[in-house]
Design a protein around this ligand. Structure first.
Ligand code: NAP
Ligand code: GCO
Length: 264
């Protein structure tokens, strides 16, 4: 359907060397968008370029730390020169540190907030002027179950992702009149390198306790895959969502709807 087409659009997906960002970039490309992506590691960048090429997806890859305003400004200017102004921004780059709060250093807390919350602010500031000039734009912030829920050891991440939910709503409020839609995608527990420590087999070959816990908390009774996010991303990047603004679209297999398996 044409309303889901991204033909003629330029999409920038941050942190899309692998994982969720790679799947979202692939989805936007398959819907017709021209893709730019970034990461910090030259090794990740080169491998990602090969991985995109293997799928027949032309991409422009940039080394850029999204927490550095000068690097972001240079990347956005280079994309504008090479592909055109960014029509679709996906703030995907993110990290997590799993440390009990009282044992977490302030620098560690600040690093997580810097990447997961301040960087989406920096990125949005960099692309909104051209979106206003064009009279349209899409910003998609990758939120989390931790935008809604807490759990032990992820205080910085939950604070950042909760803030990202409200930054999403505020961008929607402040720039909606310019036909810019800012929404969030809230993935559930997705099998990527970021969650690999929560799924690794135990020494005795048994499943990680957290693995079994998440499957029990998910009505779909499985971990999500990056591919589960492809359709929702195309929807929020396309004209199909032009009257959706400030919404967090949870793609979680039902976790947020579920109190948990009741005693038999
Ligand atoms: P991942 O596998 O750890 O990938 C993270 C990506 O971000 C990598 O490409 C990494 O590349 C890049 N990155 C990290 N810091 C960066 C920075 N400062 N500047 C530029 N790039 C940076 O993570 P993921 O599981 O795909 O998660 C992607 C996003 O989804 C994150 O925002 C995460 O919080 C969120 N999320 C994940 C899950 C899940 O269950 N996996 C669920 C909900 C939300 P370099 O290291 O080379 O920079
Ligand atoms: C964790 C996980 C989660 C997921 C995701 C859930 O340690 O709890 O890493 O935070 O990454 O954010 O939506």
């Amino acid at each position: 359907m044409v309303i889901f087409s991204l033909e003629g659009k330029v999409a920038l997906v941050t942190g899309a060397a692998y994982g969720i960002g790679f799947a979202i970039a692939r989805a936007l490309a398959e819907a017709g968008a021209r893709i730019a992506f970034n990461c910090r590691s030259a090794e990740h960048l080169e491998k990602a370029k090969a991985d995109y090429a293997a799928l027949g997806i032309p991409v422009r890859g940039y080394l850029c730390d999204v927490t550095k305003e000068d690097e972001v400004a240079r990347m956005v200017a280079d994309i504008k020169a090479e592909l055109g102004p960014v029509d679709i921004l996906v703030n995907n780059a993110g990290i997590i540190k799993r440390i009990p709060m009282t044992e977490m250093g302030v620098d560690e807390f600040r690093e997580v907030v810097d990447i997961d919350l301040t960087a989406p602010f920096i990125m949005a500031k960099a692309v909104i002027p051209d979106m206003i000039a064009k009279g349209r734009g899409k910003i998609i912030n990758v939120c989390s179950m931790m935008s809604e829920l807490g759990r032990e050891t992820v205080s910085a991440y939950a604070a950042a992702k909760g803030g990202l939910k409200m930054l999403t709503r505020n961008i929607a409020s402040e720039y909606g009149e310019y036909n810019i839609q800012c929404n969030g995608i809230g993935p559930g527990y997705i099998a990527t390198p970021q969650t690999a420590p929560l799924r690794e087999r135990q020494a005795d070959g048994s499943r990680h306790p957290f693995d079994a816990f998440i499957v029990s908390k998910t009505p779909a009774a499985r971990w999500g895959t990056p591919e589960d996010l492809m359709g929702p991303a195309v929807f929020l990047a396309s004209e199909a969502s032009d009257f959706v603004n400030g919404h967090i679209l949870y793609v979680d297999g039902g976790i947020l709807a579920y109190i948990g398996k009741q005693p038999k």
